[in-house]
Design a protein around this ligand. Sequence first.
Ligand code: ARG
Length: 284
Amino acid sequence: MSSILLEPSSAPTGRVATTRTVLMCRPEHFTVSYRINPWMHPHVPTDTALAVRQWEELYRIYRDLGFEVHLVDPIPGLPDMVYAANGGFVLDNIAYGASFQYAERQPEGPAYMEWFRANGFDVAEPANVNEGEGDFLLVGDVILAGTGFRSAGDSHGEVARLFGREVLTLTLVDPAFYHLDTAIAVLDPTPGAEDIAYLPKAFDAASRAALEARFPDAILVSDEDAAVLGLNSFSDGANVVIASRATGFERQLRERGYNPIGVDLSELLLGGGGVKCCTLELRR
Ligand code: ARG
């Protein structure tokens, strides 16, 4: 492709947006009071009001994109509940519940399952430790599944049986990228047009080889962009909401005909989460 001949603004995108339905949780009780990932420093002060304002901006962007946004009530004493992606994995109207690895987050599992039940989803109680869409990403007909830090390997088989889909296990090796959604961004999940971006060094050699074989055209992001959780983004197939500080990733997305939309979630980054962590996709 000879990009030199085209002004970016006149480049045909060919990307098709599909309206998403998502679940979010307002960070009314957000703070960092414990440390379960390397991003968290309980002695560094957090600004809950700022976290709420930044989150409201993400919420507004989704509404402007035409998304159907549902909200689950935040619960006092569960500061990480804002990271709704971890609340479950929802596909075919089935909500596979989360079972958190660390005690601090364990009450979130039942809280999210209660919301799924009250909102018409069939809830599958999990038998294995898993942190929902933080570690399970649907791409085409395959579910990419992370392990190494949080979700147990056994949860992958459970998900394969429950949804009758192929599950590809990917092993994370860098503690800074402890959930799969910190190391892979799904840009287009449409079967036949699958497109992802990822950080190779976040994976062991076998997982890297599997990703290369399956997604030879994937965007590989820089360490700098990954270090601001640039991959922790949410795409509707055409618009990709990303950390505004991930400027290299922003450029890569534009070159591929996506429309990147930057948002600053610096407060939520103090808890080790970004755009995608705040977003759980609901697939009926
Ligand atoms: N403090 C949270 C934890 O360590 C952050 C979760 C981020 N969520 C995500 N989907 N990556 O569990």
